[in-house]
Design a protein around this ligand. Structure first.
Ligand code: NAP
Ligand code: MG
Length: 404
C-alpha cells in the first residue's frame, strides 16, 4: 500500500523511561508503515533537557506555536531523587508547566471508554471531561522557608511607583510561605476555551472553585466565568439545550460522583491535576485518559495523561517485557495526525487517524489488552509488544481477532 503523505510536519516531543520505549514502538509498528511521517523532532529526555539547560523545552513549545500541532511523550519532572538518579546539573522545571505557559492554554482530559471495562462508579454512563486551566496558581509559585519568627507580607510595587501591602502571617516560629498569581486574560482564555469546547461537544458545563474561602482569588475566577457566560454564551448554550453552572469544589466532587457523567468540568490548575487522575482511575485505568492542551489561538498539543510509568521501566531494564498500556499514547498520535489533517485538508491522513483509534478500541473490545485493564475485564493480559502487534494486525488487514 502506498504510504499516506503529509503536507506539513507536526512537532514530535519525545520523553522518558517506559513511555519513551513505547513511543518508539508505536511509531515503528503503527505509524511509519502507513504514513510518510513528517515531524520536527525535539528530544525532551531528562538528559537532553539537562544538557541544554532546558532550552530544548522552550524551543519545543515555540515550535507548537509555529506549526500549530504537537504530540508529546511523558517526561520526568525532576526532583532531588531524579537529580541524583540521572546525575543532573540542575533540578529542571516541569516541562509540561513550561509548555503550558508558552501556549497559555487549557488542558482537556477525556477518558477513553471501552464497553469491556466498567467504571468503578456504576452510575457513570458517559465520560466526564476535565477542562484544566494550564497557567499559574501553584504551578508558577514562589516559595520560601522561614527559619526565625517575623512578619510575612504580600507587597505589590506598581511600575508607577505605587505600593500595596497585605499581611500574610505573623510567624511565631519556623515554617513555610508561598505566593501564587494568575492573570485576568489567562482566566478569560481558559473560560473561553471551556465554553467553546462545551458548545462544540454539546456538553453541559460546570466550573468549581473555593470562593467562600478565597474571596478575592477564586472569586475572580467565578466572576469572569459568570460574566462571560451571561454576555457571550448563555443564548448559544440555550439553543443547544445545555447550561453552565458554578459550584463549590467540594460540592462539585459530590455531584460528579452521583452523576451519570456526560459533562465538561472546568477546573483550576491544581484541581484539574487531581480530579483528572481520579476520573481516569474510576473509568478503568490511568492509561485510558487523553490530554489535549489547547491555546487560545487553537494550537494543540496531544499527550497521554499518565507519567513515564517508572516502575514498569525498571522492570524493563531488568529484561522483562512489561504490560504497559500504550492506548493514551496511541490516541495522542491519532489526535495530532487528525488535527494536522484538518489544518492541511488531507483526507487520507484524517481517515488513518480514525482507523488508528478504531483499531486500538477494537483490539481491546475483542479481549486483547494490557494488565491494567485485563483484571477487571476478566482477560489474560498481553505485554505491550503483543498488544501493539495486535493493533498493527487490525490496522493492516482489518483482522478482527477472536475473543480470548
Ligand atoms: P505514572 O507514570 O502515571 O505511573 C503511576 C502508576 O500508574 C504506574 O506505576 C502504573 O501502576 C500505573 N500506570 C500509569 N500509566 C500506565 C500505563 N500506561 N499502563 C499501565 N499502568 C500505568 O506516575 P508516576 O510513577 O508517579 O510518575 C513517573 C514519572 O512521570 C515521574 O517522574 C513524573 O514526574 C512523571 N510524570 C509525567 C507526566 C507527563 O509528562 N505528562 C505526568 C505525570 C507524571 P502499576 O505500577 O501499579 O502497574
Ligand atoms: Mg498529575
Amino acid at each position: 500500500m502506498e504510504k499516506i503523505n503529509m503536507k506539513t510536519p507536526l512537532v514530535e516531543i519525545d520523553g522518558d523511561e517506559m513511555t519513551h520505549i513505547l513511543w518508539e514502538l508505536v511509531k515503528e509498528k503503527l505509524i511509519l508503515p502507513f504514513v510518510d511521517l513528517k515531524t520536527e523532532y525535539y528530544d525532551l529526555s531528562i538528559q537532553n533537557r539537562d544538557r541544554t539547560n532546558d532550552d530544548v523545552t522552550i524551543e519545543a513549545g515555540r515550535a507548537i506555536m509555529r506549526l500549530g500541532v504537537g504530540v508529546k511523550c511523558a517526561t520526568i519532572t525532576a526532583n532531588s531523587a531524579r537529580k541524583k538518579e540521572y546525575s543532573l546539573k540542575n533540578t529542571l522545571p516541569s516541562p509540561n508547566a513550561t509548555i503550558r505557559s508558552i501556549l497559555d492554554g487549557t488542558v482537556f482530559r477525556k477518558p477513553i471508554n471501552v464497553k469491556r471495562v466498567k467504571p468503578a462508579i456504576p452510575a457513570w454512563k458517559h465520560p466526564i471531561i476535565i477542562g484544566r486551566h494550564a497557567y499559574g496558581d501553584v504551578y508558577k509559585n514562589a516559595e520560601m522557608t522561614i527559619d526565625t519568627p517575623g512578619k510575612v507580607e504580600l507587597v505589590f510595587t506598581g511600575n508607577d511607583g505605587s505600593e500595596r501591602r497585605t499581611p500574610v502571617a505573623d510567624m511565631k516560629s519556623s515554617g513555610i510561605v508561598q505566593g501564587i498569581h494568575n492573570y485576568d486574560d489567562s482566566i478569560r482564555a481558559f473560560a473561553r476555551s471551556c465554553f467553546l469546547y462545551a458548545l462544540d461537544e454539546r456538553l453541559p458545563m460546570l466550573f468549581a472553585a473555593k470562593d467562600t474561602i478565597s474571596q478575592t482569588y477564586d472569586a475572580r475566577f467565578r466572576e469572569i466565568f459568570a460574566d462571560m457566560y451571561e454576555t457571550e454564551y448563555k443564548e448559544k448554550f440555550a439553543r443547544k439545550n445545555i447550561d453552565y453552572q458554578y459550584a463549590l469544589i467540594d460540592d462539585a466532587v459530590a455531584r460528579a460522583v452521583k452523576s451519570e457523567g456526560g459533562f465538561l468540568w472546568a477546573c483550576k490548575n491544581y484541581d484539574g491535576d487531581v480530579m483528572s487522575d481520579m476520573i481516569a482511575a474510576v473509568s478503568g485505568s490511568l492509561a485510558m485518559m487523553t490530554s489535549t492542551l489547547v491555546s487560545p489561538e487553537g494550537h494543540c498539543e496531544y499527550e497521554a495523561a499518565h507519567g513515564t510509568v517508572q516502575r514498569h521501566y525498571y522492570r524493563y531494564l531488568k529484561g522483562e517485557k512489561p504490560s504497559t498500556n500504550p492506548a493514551a499514547l496511541i490516541f495522542a498520535w491519532a489526535g495530532g495526525l487528525e488535527k494536522r489533517a484538518a489544518l492541511d485538508g488531507t483526507g487520507r491522513l484524517a481517515e488513518f487517524a480514525q482507523n488508528l483509534r478504531g483499531a486500538t478500541l477494537q483490539t481491546i473490545e475483542s479481549g486483547f489488552m494490557t494488565g491494567d485493564l485485563a483484571v477487571s475485564a476478566g482477560c489474560v493480559p498481553l505485554n505491550s509488544w503483543e498488544f501493539i502487534d495486535h493493533i498493527a494486525g487490525v490496522l493492516r488487514d482489518g483482522t478482527i481477532f477472536d475473543v480470548k
